[in-house]
Design a protein around this ligand. Structure first.
Ligand SMILES: NC(=O)c1ccc[n+]([C@@H]2O[C@H](COP(=O)([O-])OP(=O)(O)OC[C@H]3O[C@@H](n4cnc5c(N)ncnc54)[C@H](OP(=O)(O)O)[C@@H]3O)[C@@H](O)[C@H]2O)c1
Length: 257
């Protein structure tokens, strides 16, 4: 379901950085923006570009708390609680964004779900759930925004894959299948839109320190900080229009955990 869309304007101090939001008409949509890598991406675009940020995920409370951090610096955040597996909600979210603000300059398909289960423990529902959120949800959100971005002829789409898009890990059947699919989807979007002024980047991070890893007995230092993933995405956006960073592989310095 889609909840109410709220526009916040004001000052903010983000948890990870102090920002000064400049006037901008750049619109950035981030799914899975309520925590972790998605929150860091939203903050990085706000910090670097003073972008207007659309925050989407299921939890309205968590999104509102991320959005509230914009108030003190005069930034604008549009909170659109959305489950990416709900087709109607996704369509409604895209309508809300485009009627409130317009066509996004950047779409970050980041919402994702990971469940560890060896094959003999992975249920059909558990497999489907990971495909639905990571892959089908990404397709639905892309399909909801792509026609308008194509029509305008500019924009950058980011797809959140994983090292599990290019490598396989035991206990990751659902996740690896979904993330391999995300990479395939992104590459097709790239091929179909490269002559239309759109840029497509697939992001393939390894272990990144977010709530996904809660309960895992490893030191924080063994993981990448989500801010590094976010900074790489913003850097990719800022390349000249003549260049696209098609794929971005990031790993902890010491390798996979
Ligand atoms: N952390 C890592 O090590 C790592 C490595 C490689 C790739 N990734 C990928 O990076 C992305 C973000 O990961 P993360 O570690 O930041 O995860 P996280 O902390 O678990 O955050 C996941 C985000 O996705 C949202 N989400 C989950 N299900 C959703 C749904 N059905 N509809 C809309 N939003 C949904 C969550 O919000 P709600 O629960 O409120 O909906 C949350 O905002 C994912 O695609 C993940 O696969 C992560």
């Amino acid at each position: 379901m889609v909840g109410r869309a709220l526009i916040f304007r004001g000052e903010a101090t983000f948890a990870h950085s102090k920002i000064e939001i400049r006037n901008s008409t750049m619109i950035v949509v981030v799914t899975g923006a309520s925590q972790g890598i998605g929150q860091a991406i939203a903050e990085a675009f706000a910090d670097r570009d003073g972008a207007q940020i659309v925050l989407a995920a299921r939890s309205a409370d968590a999104l509102e708390s991320v959005a509230a951090s914009y108030r003190d610096h005069g930034g604008e955040a549009l909170v659109v609680p959305t489950d990416v597996t709900d087709d109607e909600a996704v369509a409604e979210m895209a309508d809300t964004v485009q009627s409130e603000w317009g066509v996004p300059d950047v779409l970050v398909n980041n919402a994702g779900l990971f469940r560890h289960a060896p094959l003999d423990e992975l249920t059909l529902d558990g497999f489907r759930e990971q495909l639905d959120v990571n892959l089908t949800g990404t397709f639905a959100v892309t399909q909801a925004f792509l026609p308008a971005m194509r029509k305008r002829g500019t924009g950058h789409l980011f797809f959140m894959g994983s090292v599990a898009s290019i490598q396989t890990y035991p206990g990751n059947a659902g996740y690896c299948a979904a993330k391999h699919g995300v990479r395939g989807l992104a590459r097709v979007v790239r091929e179909e839109t490269k002559d239309e002024g759109l840029r497509v980047t697939t992001v393939l991070p390894g272990a990144t320190y977010t709530p996904t890893w809660d309960g895992v007995d490893l030191p924080e230092e063994r993981f990448m900080p989500p801010e590094d993933i976010a900074r790489s995405i913003v850097d990719a956006y800022h390349l000249s229009d003549r260049t696209v960073l098609e794929e971005l592989v990031l790993r902890p310095q010491a390798g996979d955990v």
